[in-house]
Design a protein around this ligand. Structure first.
Ligand code: SAH
Length: 347
């Protein structure tokens, strides 16, 4: 695989251009073109420079090969990468803006029992430029530019565990929020993790105030360990301590994702434990009805059960909501679309 030009920050691109004996302003022309989601071969610089770059760099590192549109307007994409791997992404339109859900790895090695992303294990990490290209491609698809963005918010909630690909994810966060680039503020970006505790501390120290989201899914270590192998490594108590540190450093309230699985984590005893655990903390609980995945033997809850659980949390003084489920008719849950593609389903 060739190198990826979108891995470079603007100043790194400037250095590259100068090292090729080109004038500095060529870097700005190239960068502006890349931020519009253009291929190198479509950017208006000299043919000689384009040819030299194309010898070493991928022309289009991330290509949208399929778009599915849901009845609620949500779009789901399959992207192909230069090495033939595929990843997926989602674009959701809200009243306050448009949120893109990006993947950070091809597959995932965390092994959560409810999740389709992890079915074939981890294939490889994405580079910062590949993650950025997911955003640039979707922004361009919707007619956005760098100054008038079609993608206003980003969630790192696609396939992969962002904190298991820490360095590239941090570089992506810096480049996607760089002034002069597509410039999406860290405050409009949410990073979701299954709870890799040491990396939460590292993230807090980066000075990038992204919204931190933790996939909790159970109030205690035993319950978490039944569906999330990472729970055997880091305890709920350690996660909460790290979240406290994150709040101290960034001033950002943190969010817990809690997928409701029938007979597993949404009885009265679970609500009581959650209340005891989280009451008074600067956090919010996002309840999600499990998206059933064919290969996994876990069942979702009814709307009624979800609202009952929400009611118990609210009564106990927690800030909580049920996350509106979007794009259910087009393979809603993480990794479902890619898993279907790999199985050769006609999608
Ligand atoms: N690895 C990160 C990013 C994935 S984000 C993390 O674990 O947070 C996707 C969110 O959806 C996570 O909270 C994940 O636990 C949850 N999820 C995955 N599969 C799901 C499913 N089938 N139904 C409901 N939620 C699911």
């Amino acid at each position: 695989m060739k190198k990826i030009l979108q891995d470079l920050s603007f100043s790194e691109l400037e250095n590259l251009i100068l090292s090729l004996g080109e004038k500095k302003f060529r870097a700005k022309q190239l960068y502006d073109g890349l931020m519009l989601g253009k291929k190198i071969s479509d950017i208006n610089v000299s043919k000689e420079l384009r040819t030299r770059l194309l010898d070493e760099y991928e022309d289009e590192p991330v290509k949208i090969i399929k778009t599915l549109t849901s009845s609620d307007g949500t779009e789901k994409y399959l992207f192909s990468l230069a090495d033939g791997n595929v990843i997926e992404g989602v674009f959701m339109q809200y009243s306050y803006g448009n949120t893109q859900c990006v993947s950070t790895q091809v597959g995932c090695r965390m092994g959560c029992k409810f999740c389709a992303s992890t079915l074939g294990g981890l294939v490889r990490n994405l580079s910062s430029g590949e993650i950025l290209c997911e955003v640039l491609a979707v922004n361009a698809l919707h007619g956005g530019t760098a100054s008038k963005r079609a993608v206003t918010n980003i969630v790192l909630m696609g396939s992969g565990e962002p904190l298991d690909n820490y360095d590239e994810v941090i570089k992506f966060l810096k480049n996607v929020s760089a002034e002069g680039g597509i410039n999406i503020s860290p405050r409009n970006i949410s990073l979701s993790t299954c709870g890799i505790v040491p990396k939460i501390y590292d993230l807090a120290d980066e000075g990038l105030p992204v919204n931190l989201t933790i996939s909790l899914h159970s109030p205690d270590d035993e319950g978490r360990a039944r569906t999330m192998p990472i729970a055997k490594k880091y305890s709920v108590a350690e996660i909460l301590k790290a979240c406290g540190y994150y709040f101290e450093k960034t001033g950002r309230r943190y969010i817990f994702e809690y997928s409701l699985i029938a007979g597993e984590n949404c009885e009265k005893e679970h609500a009581e434990k959650l209340i005891k655990l989280l009451k008074g903390k600067p956090c919010h609980v996002n309840l999600i009805r499990l998206n059933e995945v064919e290969e996994r033997n876990l069942k979702t809850v009814t709307d009624k059960q979800a609202y009952q659980f929400l009611g118990m949390l609210e009564k106990g003084g927690l800030s909580a909501t049920i996350r509106r489920s979007m794009g259910n008719d087009i393979g809603g849950a993480c990794g479902q679309l890619r898993a279907g593609y790999i199985k050769g389903e006609n999608i």
